[in-house]
Design a protein around this ligand. Structure first.
Ligand SMILES: Cc1ncc(COP(=O)(O)O)c(C=O)c1O
Length: 360
């Protein structure tokens, strides 16, 4: 591999998260850390209340609503902290009525954690689970009681490589953890009452969590909510109730700008489908590999696969290492390999992987 002086040659980064971000975004972010907006100050040493940073926050929230086609539809976009994991708790705190209940679909480790947190707040009905097959599929035959306050699901199961293709109808509110596929495919986002996502897949660095919430659903739980967990408070303070994670919000803004320049979600979805198809085709046609997830539920973001002949493992791992492939190991609960091919992953990197699979 040849390295040009001072230009870093990037590896093919298949990491599940934190993960690949667009190179242009990383360059702009680096510059802003040294000198932001020609202020002769770093982005991370100015006040979050300064006009320069307030403009960043406003732009980031605007871009979220614009890209999701939720502008002027009664939604707020919030940049919070505590990871998607804190949303596991904030969602029931804010949306489950006193003596109410909520329904959850269990499609993996993250759904299970969301269920566990919600159980500490109130009554939870688990409508279906794919735990019986180590979460390698999305359950489809289930009913959601009409008296639940909300139904919660995980759109993309990062560990297992499954993705919900059709979301169920529910009489209550629809809440979704979209941590690992937000901004990757077109959906009617107005069907959702609350969406949350940790930034560190398709949006930016770890450190901020995006929450997109329909304003009219807030303030109705009848509970006393601690201020830091109260969406209404965060919303009324434009995500500045306390000091926001300024760097993570800024890099998220840059990534959303990048996505808009690329043509938005519609354009990136085409590219994501092409990358996924290229890789799944190889998995299906190469006798040395098999997919880990049920075909109809395959994720376009996290492609999980196994070797059919374990004696080839050392050779394949060596080839990957030599080709500069990073982050391909499967999660310990599935084994094998997981290629995370988020928005910023170029199809050329997927082709490098596919060529190695053929060579093996
Ligand atoms: C689908 C999903 N939900 C939730 C989480 C937890 O996110 P965080 O680590 O930001 O709390 C992850 C992390 O990978 C995830 O993939």
């Amino acid at each position: 591999m040849h390295f040009q002086k001072s230009i870093r040659m990037k590896k093919h980064n298949f990491s599940a998260g934190p993960c690949i971000l667009p190179q242009e975004v990383l360059k702009k972010a680096s510059n802003a850390v040294l000198n932001f907006n020609n202020l002769d100050l770093s982005l991370i040493e100015i006040s979050h209340r300064s006009a320069d940073f307030v403009a960043v926050m406003n732009k980031a929230t605007d871009l979220v609503l614009e890209l999701l086609e939720l502008k002027d539809k009664g939604y707020s976009a919030l940049f919070l902290q505590g990871g998607a994991s804190l949303e596991f708790l904030m969602v029931p705190y804010n949306l489950m009525k006193k003596n109410g209940k909520a329904a959850y679909l269990d499609t993996g480790a993250w759904s299970s954690k969301a269920i566990k947190e919600a159980q500490s707040i109130g009554e939870i009905e688990v409508v279906a689970s794919s735990k019986d097959k180590n979460y390698n599929y999305i359950p489809k035959d289930f009913t959601i009681s009409s008296d639940v306050d909300y139904f919660h699901c995980t759109s993309n199961n990062t560990i297992y490589g499954t993705q919900i293709k059709e979301f169920p109808q529910t009489d209550g509110l629809l809440v979704c953890d979209m941590s690992s596929d937000i901004f990757s495919r077109k959906l009617d986002f107005s069907k959702f009452d609350l969406i949350y996502a940790g930034a560190q897949k398709n949006m930016g660095p770890a450190g901020t969590t995006l929450v997109v919430v329909k304003d009219e659903i807030l303030g109705k739980s009848g509970r006393k909510i601690p201020s830091i967990l109260d969406y209404q408070i965060h919303s009324s303070k434009d995500s500045m109730y306390n000091t926001p994670p300024v760097f993570a919000v800024y890099v998220s803004m840059l990534t959303l700008e990048w996505l808009k320049e690329k043509g938005g979600i519609e354009a990136i979805e085409k590219l994501n489908n092409a990358k996924a198809e290229l890789l799944y085709n190889e998995i299906d046609n190469n006798p040395l590999f098999e997919g880990a997830a049920a075909r109809e539920d395959r994720s376009t973001m996290n492609v999980t696969f196994l070797l059919t002949d374990d004696t080839k493992k050392d050779a394949f791992d060596k080839m990957c290492k030599e080709a500069g492939i990073n982050g391909l190991n499967g999660h310990r609960s599935v084994g094998g390999y997981r290629a995370s091919i988020y928005n910023a992953m170029p199809i050329e990197s997927v082709q490098v992987l596919v060529d190695l699979m053929r060579k093996l």
